[in-house]
Design a protein around this ligand. Structure first.
Ligand code: SF4
Length: 344
């Protein structure tokens, strides 16, 4: 079976061009059609001679990704369910904040997820497969089109916070970031991209060693190991101390921004002592804490914190000099909010 042209590196494409007696400079043109003009057929590549377009079409394909369902929330959030070439479904979300000129794509990196966090709908699905890097980039292109269509504004930010753990699909995650940020690709600034991880210490260090130019978010959700073990099985092998060391290493090497994501769960992690413990984790490197309102997921017992308790929690953090933001949940009426993505 022919392979997807977009999975080919430029070197491999040059090898192929030479094998069919075509000049190697055509590789740049093909790449421009794919990653800048987002061509979906070889016929569209009108700057190439017809004979080359025919050879390409005989040897390669574009694996299609189709829109399966679009849901629009009353708050403007748009969730898309996309069907991959093998029939699997993934979800991707446009989160518009027009008053701040912020239009964020929340993209998936895997079909399902193996990490089984107890509060997460995706975790209940298990992991089905990794996404190839073009499948990650296709989500960005799709959501960018939606942002232009509905808000007359291009995407400003990308977060790898949809379905899956990007660090367990490391090479495709990195390749997608490379193309999204390349001037020969989508040309977005790396400072607008955030990779979110449930916390795999050795991969955080690898990200630093590979000099990745993107921000990092740790889904922390609990500030001590006993509580974190209860809700995130990954913490068993990647305890908080080891994670903090890895993040410190990441910051020292890259100076990229680090965020802690913290879902406020009623009676579980929203008490004063939790805030004090959380504050204690914020002094070794600059970090911003995003407190996220929890959304109920069918079959999962957690509830969101009540407003009073959340205020007290945030007040304690502020008193302890923590840089904290409370993120109101977006898209919860269409199951598009954090932890709700499960192809419903
Ligand atoms: S929260 Fe993220 S890492 Fe945890 S199960 Fe859900 S998708 Fe996976």
């Amino acid at each position: 079976m022919s392979s997807d042209i977009r999975l080919l590196s430029k070197e491999k494409l040059i090898d192929w061009l030479e094998s069919v007696n075509e000049p190697k400079f055509r590789a740049n043109q093909v790449f421009e059609w794919i990653w800048q003009k987002h061509a979906k057929t070889f016929q569209e590549m009108t700057s190439l001679p017809t004979s080359l377009r025919e050879k390409l079409a005989e040897n390669f394909i574009f694996q299609p990704m189709e829109i399966d369902l679009i849901q629009k929330s009353s708050d403007g959030t748009i969730k898309s369910r996309l069907r991959l070439h093998d029939g699997h479904l993934i979800e991707t979300v446009l989160i518009p904040v027009p008053e701040e000129n912020r239009f964020t794509a929340c993209v998936s990196s895997q079909v399902g997820c193996s990490l089984a966090c107890k509060f997460c709908a995706t975790g209940m699905m298990g992991r089905i497969r990794n996404l190839d890097f073009p499948e990650i980039i296709d989500q960005v292109i799709h959501v960018n089109r939606q942002a232009l269509e509905y808000f007359d504004h291009p995407l400003t930010n990308i977060v790898y916070m949809g379905m899956g753990e990007p660090m367990l699909n490391y090479s495709n995650t990195l390749k997608s970031v490379e193309i999204i940020t390349s001037p020969k690709g989508l040309g977005m600034s790396p400072s607008r991209i955030t990779i979110s991880t449930a916390g795999i210490a050795k991969m955080i260090k690898r990200l630093a060693d590979d000099g990745v130019k993107a921000n990092l978010a740790l889904s922390l959700h609990a500030a001590n190991d006993a509580k974190r073990n209860e809700i995130m099985p990954i913490n068993d092998q990647n305890g908080i101390r080891v994670l903090m060391e890895a993040l410190k290493y990441f910051y020292q090497k890259t100076k990229n921004r680090i965020t802690f994501e913290y879902l406020a769960l009623r009676g579980f992690n929203d008490q004063n002592e939790d805030a004090i413990e959380l504050a204690g984790l914020t002094h070794d490197f600059p970090v911003r804490v995003n407190i996220i309102e929890y959304n109920t997921v069918e079959g999962i017992d957690f509830q969101k914190s009540n407003a009073d308790q959340l205020n007290k929690f945030v007040h304690t953090l502020v008193k302890n000099k923590v840089n904290v933001t409370v993120r109101r949940s977006r898209g919860k009426d269409i199951d598009a909010a954090c932890g709700q993505l499960a192809n419903k």
